[in-house]
Design a protein around this ligand. Structure first.
Ligand SMILES: Cc1cc2nc3c(=O)[nH]c(=O)nc-3n(C[C@H](O)[C@H](O)[C@H](O)COP(=O)(O)OP(=O)(O)OC[C@H]3O[C@@H](n4cnc5c(N)ncnc54)[C@H](O)[C@@H]3O)c2cc1C
Length: 380
């Protein structure tokens, strides 16, 4: 049986970032991925400026595939109030960026190759046994390994099997309809978030188009998916107005249910839980992956702070847990607040939202604080 210092289960962006950031001479790291090859997924991810810096540190920023978000226009349908968050207010080149999952995956995989860290594809982890000295893993291939530290970065597939891990779960009874839309006007690196009675609609600039996230009740989402292109674009236009121009096409419509799922504690015997495996969030504030990448950086720092023989021991894991506690709790609470109060258009009256948006517009420090919260999280 092979022995490693760090075994990462899941080669998604967070697992790959843990491996890239933890690389050190003499530290034996292996990454195990269920898929038979990189996913090549076209899903568009929103990354904050802080996540860009973190990925640059990891040597895996996909610069040529990133579209900057220079400003975010926030408004509501059928009521007053709007605000504009701008990168220049923060003294930054961009508030955030959009990149495809595939581009990020490619940059991280290349970096792992340069660091001589092997990603073992077609390695579905199907058994985890933990004891105070090691984590023992068995894969569907029949291979068995043990490691001082198991990094669970599998998006949530296995955390429920770990003793002591429980979940906080909430079903928002909403779905996100996503797709790639074009308008007759250049986006100028501007993103839009618009609150409507059905739920928020977001447009994120991606290359020469937008990624659309249209939140709606599940029945409504099903209806939207079934509409022909022209009828869908007309409905979108009526929700959105013409602030981004006239919608001319939509491709790749899909939907997924919106839920919160977070572990009670991100550590167990010889185990650290990171990324979506630790917390899967509503996309309203674009926090999910940013929080996951901060998990990766904090875990890499905890690993680097101890000699190899102490990797994965109780005090290293406790240092990791403590370093993530505030940011994770607040990130989850912030997203849940926005999702519960704003995502369902019926819960907060239009005038209440109007007041909040007007206040943000008139009070620059409040606007800067909101933008800073979205960029850096609550760890600073
Ligand atoms: C449709 C959709 C749209 C999203 N849009 C956004 C967005 O716009 N912005 C944003 O910030 N976030 C978004 N998210 C969330 C974002 O995708 C996640 O935050 C991010 O993918 C989490 O990365 P991860 O590495 O933790 O997990 P994942 O990306 O889920 O990766 C987990 C990996 O583990 C592997 N795996 C699973 N089980 C096993 C096993 N037993 N053995 C070995 N490997 C295993 C999987 O194959 C996968 O490769 C979206 C999520 C979804 C579902």
């Amino acid at each position: 049986m092979a022995s490693l210092d760090v075994a990462v289960v899941g080669a998604g962006p967070v697992g790959a970032a843990v491996a890239a950031l933890s690389a050190a001479p003499g530290l034996r790291i292996g990454v195990f991925e269920a898929r038979s090859a990189p996913s090549g997924e076209s899903r568009i991810l929103a990354l904050s400026h802080a996540s860009r810096m973190l990925l640059e540190d990891a040597g895996a920023w996909p610069a040529s595939h990133a579209t900057p978000i220079a400003s975010i226009h926030i408004s509501q349908k059928g009521g007053p109030g709007r605000t504009l968050l701008e990168a220049s207010d923060q003294g930054l080149p961009a508030l955030g960026y959009t990149v495809s999952y595939a581009a990020l995956e490619e940059a991280l995989t290349r970096r792992l190759r340069d660091l001589a860290i092997e990603v073992r594809y077609a390695s579905l982890c199907e058994r985890i046994a933990l004891d105070p000295g090691k984590a023992a893993l068995r894969f569907a291939t029949g291979e068995e390994i043990d490691a001082r530290l198991l990094v669970l970065a599998d998006g949530g597939a296995n955390a429920g099997k770990i003793p002591g891990i429980a979940f906080h779960e909430k079903d928002y009874a909403q779905s996100a309809v996503i797709g790639s839309v074009r308008t007759d006007r250049a986006h100028g690196d501007r993103a839009y978030e618009r609150f409507t009675p059905q739920g928020p609609v977001a447009l994120l600039p991606v290359e020469d188009r937008y990624a659309l996230v249209f939140t709606a009740a599940p029945g409504e989402a099903k209806r939207l998916l079934a509409l022909d292109e022209r009828s869908f674009l007309e409905e979108l236009q009526s929700h959105f107005g013409d602030r981004a121009g006239r919608f001319t096409s939509i491709e790749g419509r899909a939907s997924f249910p919106l839920r919160l799922r977070a572990v009670n504690v991100p550590v167990a015997l010889r185990t650290a839980i990171v990324g979506n495996a630790a917390q899967a969030l509503h996309p309203i504030a674009g926090q999910g992956l940013n929080l996951g990448l901060r998990d990766a950086a904090a875990l890499a720092a905890a690993i680097a702070s101890v000699p190899a023989q102490d990797v994965g021991n109780a005090s290293m894991l406790e240092a990791y847990r403590r370093s993530r506690s505030r940011d994770a709790t607040r990130g989850i609470a912030f997203t849940d607040f926005l999702a519960s109060a704003f995502a369902d258009g019926r819960r907060v009256p239009t005038w209440g939202r109007g007041l909040a948006l007007t206040a943000l517009d008139l009070i620059p420090p409040a606007r800067r604080a909101l933008a800073a919260r979205m960029i850096h999280g609550a760890s600073d």
